[in-house]
Design a protein around this ligand. Structure first.
Ligand code: SF4
Length: 285
């Protein structure tokens, strides 16, 4: 069995930084309570391991009044200005592990909305990262769009300058298509491409490997949207693509008659889980 492991599989820079932040806070907690605001990453194993070390999750939007004081770590997706203020006002020590690439978007929309731009955010409106970005826009002059299906709102901003940013995980090609469509309509747009390369590099590599192998294994949490996207990309190129969370989900019988298998993993999949899967496939097949 030949195994091709994607170099880009696993934690990206921002996720690694957030997980390292939790470990660092645990090491200096000294009986102080530690929380993450929402699960630190979309990976149950990691969240449960932290829970076993006393790190609890404060669910987004939860009433903070009855929560024991302590340190709250903001995850890589970031939060709105209001949520951050609310945590500080409620007496928590806030440790901000927002990915610097997301933080940059907060700054851009904050500054440009204050300067009078209409802000257009391209991404999934219900994704926490996008909710956080929207929460840094001053005023109500903004719109979140996930595709080009309804651009009728542009009629109402005809005379305005538009500042266009995107969710870090948005698709490059689709973003460029949107820029072209809006430019062709004659709008004055300031395009700030805020897509993170880590996502694209991972997707391109996964797609390339999928073309070369007989079966593809994609490892990641079921709720991880970047892993789901990775799975779709691999499935397009390789019919025998399997989405697993850990090695226990892998049905070895489906891999019995193949020679080449590829492995990739989403941005929130820890290295040890990837290594376990790789070792399992190597040992058992
Ligand atoms: S995908 Fe990019 S923007 Fe998102 S957390 Fe990772 S490094 Fe940061």
């Amino acid at each position: 069995m030949n195994i091709k492991l994607a170099k880009s599989a696993g934690f990206c820079f921002g996720v690694k930084r957030a997980v390292d932040t939790v470990n660092s806070e645990i090491s200096k907690a000294n009986n102080k309570k530690i929380y993450t605001y929402g699960p630190i990453i979309h990976n149950e194993e990691v969240v449960n391991e932290f829970k076993a070390q006393g790190v609890d999750v404060i669910e987004e939007g939860a009433d903070l009044s009855g929560v024991e004081p302590g340190t709250v770590i903001i995850r890589s997706h970031g939060v709105s200005k209001e949520v951050q203020k609310n945590l500080i006002d409620s007496g928590f020590d806030v440790v901000d592990a927002t990915c610097p690439f997301v933080k940059k978007i907060h700054k851009l929309v904050d500054e440009h909305s204050a300067a009078g731009y209409y802000v257009l955010v391209v991404g999934n409106p219900s994704h926490p990262e996008v909710e956080g970005i929207v929460g840094w826009i001053n005023g109500e002059d903004y719109k979140v769009i996930s595709n080009d299906s309804d651009l009728s709102f542009l009629e109402n901003v005809k005379e305005r300058k538009i500042c266009m940013v995107s969710q870090t995980t948005y698709n490059h090609r689709k973003f460029q298509d949107l820029v072209e469509i809006i430019t062709e309509k004659g709008y004055d747009i300031l395009v700030l491409n805020t897509i993170c390369n880590a996502t694209e590099e991972r997707q391109v590599e996964a797609s390339e490997i999928s073309k070369e192998v007989d079966a593809m294994i994609v490892i990641g949490g079921k709720k991880s949207s970047n892993t789901q996207k990775l799975f779709e990309i691999c499935k397009r190129e390789c019919e025998d693509t399997y989405y697993i969370q850990t090695k226990d989900d892998l049905d070895l019988s489906v891999l019995q008659s193949i020679d080449n298998v590829g492995i990739t993993a989403g941005a929130s999949t820890p290295k040890n889980i990837i290594e376990e899967v790789q070792q399992y496939v190597r040992d058992e097949l």
